[in-house]
Design a protein around this ligand. Structure first.
Ligand SMILES: Cc1cc2nc3c(=O)[nH]c(=O)nc-3n(C[C@H](O)[C@H](O)[C@H](O)COP(=O)(O)O)c2cc1C
Length: 200
């Protein structure tokens, strides 16, 4: 349902500050069942669409990897490793495959950087992709889940391109992993604004 563009109550500022500053990466090996249910998954992608999107070109899309397709994702990880290192051992290949099975929920984030709408350049599109992904991470956190992004060289591999049926100009960016956290670690220390904000 569309959200009415009414001014938010000031109380939301405190909630937003708490929500955003308490988000932390929880790597897939620390994510357990249950994952998000279908209504919660819908929420994750609804908020993705709230990302700023210059020209409304939606320079992102997402591909879910349900349990029945995890083996295919694992095969893509293994093939990508073999492509980089033909001497990869069976143990290394098994480890690459296993990565696909860790988190209860996995979706691939894809950037759409093709030649249509050339006035919206790649940098702007990637800002939009990142904003959509961050919205998903924050929504997962708001729903009480842990979440993380995992990328790496496999994302650019032929095997991954084939698995995701990427079109020209589309690029796999990372996996979005979501699940239940059993034990949280203290958040890392964040830089304060004086470290990255200046004034003209
Ligand atoms: C596009 C992208 C890909 C990432 N891929 C990985 C990854 O493969 N492995 C990993 O440990 N972290 C990965 N990260 C997560 C960062 O390492 C993580 O954000 C960083 O450790 C800071 O933690 P925080 O999210 O709690 O601030 C990735 C982050 C981004 C933005």
């Amino acid at each position: 349902m569309p959200v009415q563009p009414e001014p938010l109550q000031p109380a939301y500022a405190d909630l937003a500050l708490t929500l955003i500053t308490s988000r932390q990466t929880i790597l897939p090996k620390r994510l357990f069942e249950p994952g998000p249910n279908p209504a919660q998954i819908d929420d994750l992608f609804t908020v993705a669409a709230a990302a700023p999107d210059h020209g409304e070109i939606r320079p992102w899309r997402f591909v879910l990897v349900p349990p029945a397709r995890r083996a295919d994702l694992g095969d893509a990880f293994a093939q990508a490793l073999l492509q980089r290192d033909a001497s990869a051992t069976p143990e290394q290949l098994a480890q690459a495959r296993e990565k696909a099975f860790r988190a209860p929920f996995v979706a691939l984030a894809i950037a759409r950087l093709g030649p249509s709408e050339p006035e919206i350049n790649t940098l702007e599109r990637m800002v939009s992709v990142g904003a959509a992904i961050q919205n998903i991470l924050l929504m997962a956190h708001a729903l009480g889940f842990g979440a993380s992004l995992t990328g790496g060289l496999a994302m650019q591999s032929t095997a991954m391109r084939q698995l995701l049926q990427l079109a020209d100009g589309e690029h796999a960016i990372c996996c979005i992993n979501v699940g239940t956290v059993q034990k949280r670690r203290p958040s890392r220390l964040r830089p304060t604004p004086d470290a990255f904000v200046s004034s003209l």
